[in-house]
Design a protein around this ligand. Structure first.
Ligand SMILES: *Cc1c(COP(=O)(O)O)cnc(C)c1O
Ligand SMILES: [Zn+2]
Length: 407
């Protein structure tokens, strides 16, 4: 049995695997630490003993002890699509691979952290979960809570995407709307969790268990690339757990002798809310974003008010990997979404497309060499995004009219 504990990323204090959200000594971010066990290599290579498919194939690498506590809707095992049309369009000699995380059960990668976080909550005997969310985490948590028979409270900003709100309602969650940004929701959910002891499944670094789930993307990439490692992995960044989790997966595989190299991690924000890119470029600690944040990439519009240290952690991981942070303008976000939809055939919410837009931007800046391989995490499905311009439909009654309309 491998020994697992929580360790403070700042001061190194350790805690048992219970419901903890920050270091009691220094307030630092907690991380799951587990010592490698014989058999880990095999689990990452081919899957473990308990589950045959999806994320839980890697059960032994995740912080749940009893397989009976797993709450699953079939997350993970998402396709990795090789695309040649976009590099052609950009006239760039690179290999582009797109990991379609939008094909998870509720339409975003959030199903991975939700599945693991909720399973841990069940193992700890919890009956209620709370989550603050710009939308995807709310939809995901509501669905998994329904599956687990647990109560779910979601706290969303007024500006939440109606599609994601409808999903949360459909699964029977209690929904609270809050004026202001995601950070206001974050603060209220944290207070609710503290007052009632509910498990907080927010997708920042607060819950130390959910980040572990994102490691499985790295394990899947290894398998899908026949053991190869991409040169760069492009990741949309709210606060950064997705990026940190994927890199942790690669670090583990390096330690287990399953890969020889580490990818450069490229974090992507929208210029309209880019506290992490700004700090990265200036070489300063992250400061909360206090400007307006009008962006169609709502899934990553996180001003980090009150948890700025999450951004510093993300920058540390990006630098350690030799990667960079960059941001896209609204025009670039819209263009990336359009390209993904018209040239790749993937229906995407704008947030889900920023990684693809960033490939072009990094190439233009000389950040990728000829012949290198880029993996993009396409994180959210287009079905959820309500703010689209749909042209008026032309009604035709005869073949002649149809021909005329198509001419
Ligand atoms: C939450 C979210 C992200 C950002 O992930 P973080 O781990 O919070 O940085 C990216 N894309 C989509 C679609 C999301 O919902
Ligand atoms: Zn500490």
């Amino acid at each position: 049995m491998p020994t697992e504990c929580l360790v403070c990323r700042h001061c190194g204090a350790t805690y048992p695997l219970r419901q903890h959200y920050s270091c009691a000594q220094c307030g630092g971010i907690l991380e799951v630490r587990r010592t490698f066990a014989t058999g880990d290599r095999e689990v990452v290579l081919r899957g473990g003993r308990h589950f045959r498919r999806g994320l839980w194939k890697y059960f032994e690498m995740l912080p749940v002890a009893d397989p009976a506590n797993v709450v699953s809707l079939g997350e993970g095992d998402t396709p990795l699509l090789r695309d040649e049309r976009l590099p052609d369009h950009w006239r760039r000699d690179i290999s582009l691979l797109i990991k379609a995380e939008s094909l998870n059960p509720t339409g975003s990668f959030k199903d991975r952290p939700t599945s693991v976080g909720l399973s841990v909550a069940r193992e700890l005997g919890q009956d209620t979960v709370v989550v603050s969310s710009s939308g995807n985490a709310a939809a995901s948590t509501a669905a998994y809570a329904a599956r687990a028979g647990m109560r779910c409270v979601v706290v969303v900003p007024e500006s939440v995407d109606p599609g994601k709100l409808a999903q949360a309602h459909a699964h029977g969650a209690r929904v609270l709307g809050v004026r202001g940004s995601f950070s206001n929701c974050f603060a209220l959910a944290r207070e609710l969790s503290g007052r009632f002891g509910w498990t907080n499944l927010v997708s920042t670094f607060l819950n130390p268990y959910t980040v572990e789930a994102d490691k499985t993307i790295a394990y899947e990439l290894r398998e899908q690339m026949d053991g190869g490692v991409p040169d760069c992995i492009f990741v949309p960044i709210g606060s950064g757990p997705l990026l940190a989790g994927v890199f942790k997966g690669y670090r583990e595989m390096l330690a287990l002798g399953l890969t020889r190299a580490l990818p450069r991690m490229i974090g992507v924000q929208a210029e309209a809310c880019e506290p992490i890119t700004r700090a990265f470029l200036r070489g300063e600690p992250v400061r909360a974003w206090d400007g307006p944040m009008r962006t169609m990439a709502g899934g990553i519009a996180d001003p980090l008010v009150g948890y700025e240290q999450d951004g510093d952690l993300t920058i540390r991981v990006v630098r350690e990997s030799g990667g960079v942070m960059l941001s896209l303008s609204e025009t670039e976000v819209a263009e990336a979404t359009r390209l993904l939809e018209t040239k790749v055939g993937l229906y995407s919410e704008p947030t889900g497309a920023v990684a693809v837009g960033a490939v072009k931007k990094l190439c233009d800046a000389g950040g990728m060499a000829e012949g290198e391989t880029a993996v993009c995490l396409m994180t959210g499905h287009g079905f959820k995004y309500g703010k689209r311009d749909v042209p008026e439909m032309r009604i035709v009654e005869t073949l002649d009219q149809a021909c005329e309309a198509l001419a």
